[in-house]
Design a protein. Structure first.
Length: 437
């Protein structure tokens, strides 16, 4: 029965669904997809009833695991009262209270919340806010954005323009706007030359620069590249001094992923604009926010043509807002960020040990992220990570790689016994895929 069901789902999928980030010929001809039927906590169950530890929190969103009972309850209760109402000259309790609660846990200084749908639109909003901020201030030359090599900020044209992963940019050359691009980091100097270069850009071209945009501490999509917090602090000081906005994209790093509620907390900074999505939504519904300081917000007040003429149908959606409020409540009541510390040590120790394995070129970890490179210059299109993926799947983990980079970013509340098992599976799978003891 389940074999028939599986086969018919896969047949419909392969005939009609265009998958994200997927070379489709290979998918249709070769891939035997995981057919997920249900999920609970950190486990995904396929249609045959087999379980898989969700090593990457389903693209980094299921920070509290799947189907957390409190989130499910918040969703169903809200659904019985109000599923949708726009924020066009109207409001509702969930969006209003969520904004207040989000500001209370955000880096101090952020005071206004603009809602959107996902990480890309949170960043798109930030880009437009920064551009219009300077327009409204009468500083018409400040239109350029500074972004990192290997940056990933999402898929809309504005967010993708900030992106610095060549394979994602190439087809859209001439459509994306140009950024001032920092040079490729070298592992040897822990991003010092990158941030030195940005400093030079800021000092020499502040009159043209609207904002510096950063993934704080971890550049996720390019392969979990990490840099120390003091660079963030220095960027904050430079941006303030030279009158450039600092946009921090906490879509991946926010909500405890790096071991603190915000990656910004580790540098003790507050950006001018902060983007949040993924963990913010509890992995239930698309939901995102862009937070700004009162100074940024003030530039949009006054005459009607100074307003931010931007928005999405679902911004501040009541279902998403109700769940996001409950996510914050669970973080508080279950002390999620505090609980990360011991688990982060488990990840760090396991990845440090993996560094000794044949085939592993380098390892790094921070908070609830552990990553290893299986090639000298690990590439997004590299295939070695996929061999590890196949091995991990046989052993009961869903461990989607970033090309040659194998990583874990499990739910923050993963029970120790499952985390232990996941880390053992990573070791066994790397060993099986690339050789070793
Ligand atoms: C740092 C960062 N910003 C933005 C995005 C885009 O988020 P979404 O896929 O929800 O649009 C991502 C997605 O991985 C991300 O890692």
């Amino acid at each position: 029965m389940s074999a028939d069901r599986r086969a018919s789902i896969v047949a419909a999928d392969k005939k009609y669904v265009w998958h994200p980030y997927t070379p489709m010929d290979r998918y249709i001809d070769v891939t035997d997809p995981l057919v997920v039927d249900r999920a609970e906590g950190c486990l995904l169950f396929d249609v045959d009833g087999r379980s898989y530890i969700d090593a990457m929190s389903s693209w980094w969103v299921a920070t509290l695991g799947h189907n957390h009972p409190r989130l499910v309850r918040a969703l169903t209760e809200q659904a019985q009262r109000l599923c949708h109402s726009s924020l066009a000259g109207a409001t509702h309790e969930a969006a209003a209270r969520l904004a207040e609660e989000l500001v209370s846990v955000a880096p101090q200084g952020l005071s206004r919340v603009f809602y959107s749908d996902d990480g890309s639109t949170a960043v798109e909003s930030a880009v437009k806010m920064a551009a219009q901020f300077w327009f409204n201030e009468g500083r018409f030359s400040k239109k350029k954005f500074v972004a990192l090599d290997g940056a990933f900020h999402g898929e809309t044209i504005g967010a993708a323009s900030l992106g610095g992963i060549e394979v994602f940019r190439r087809p859209y050359a001439g459509v994306l706007f140009d950024c001032l691009r920092a040079p490729e980091p070298s592992e040897a100097d822990a991003y010092t030359s990158v941030f030195n270069a940005i400093e030079r850009m800021i000092v020499e071209r502040a009159d043209e620069i609207a904002a510096v945009v950063l993934e704080p501490l971890v550049q996720g999509a390019v392969g979990m590249r990490m840099y120390p917090a003091h660079h963030l602090k220095r960027m904050r000081e430079l941006c303030t001094h030279h009158n450039v906005l600092l946009i921090v994209d906490e879509v991946f790093t926010g909500y405890g992923r790096t071991g603190t509620m915000w990656a910004c907390d580790q540098a003790g900074i507050c950006p001018d604009i902060l983007c949040v999505a993924k963990g913010f939504s509890g992995g239930m519904l698309p939901m995102a926010a862009t937070l700004v300081t009162e100074q940024v917000f003030d530039a949009f007040r006054g005459a009607p043509d100074r307003a931010f003429f931007y928005g999405h149908s679902y911004c501040g959606n009541p279902l998403g807002s109700a769940v996001a409020r409950e996510v914050l409540a669970v973080f508080r009541d279950e002390q999620i960020v505090e609980g990360v510390r011991a688990k982060a040590l488990m990840i760090q120790k396991a990845f440090d040990d993996l560094a000794l394995m044949p085939g592993v070129r380098s390892v790094r970890s921070l908070g609830m992220i552990g990553a290893l490179d299986l090639a000298e210059s690990a590439s997004y299109l590299g295939q070695t990570g996929w061999r590890v993926y196949d091995e991990a799947r046989k052993r009961g983990a869903y461990l989607r790689p970033l090309g040659d980079v194998v990583y874990v970013a499990p739910p923050l509340n993963i029970p120790d016994v499952q985390l232990d098992r996941l880390l053992a599976i990573v070791k066994e799978s790397v060993s099986a895929a690339v050789g070793g003891p």
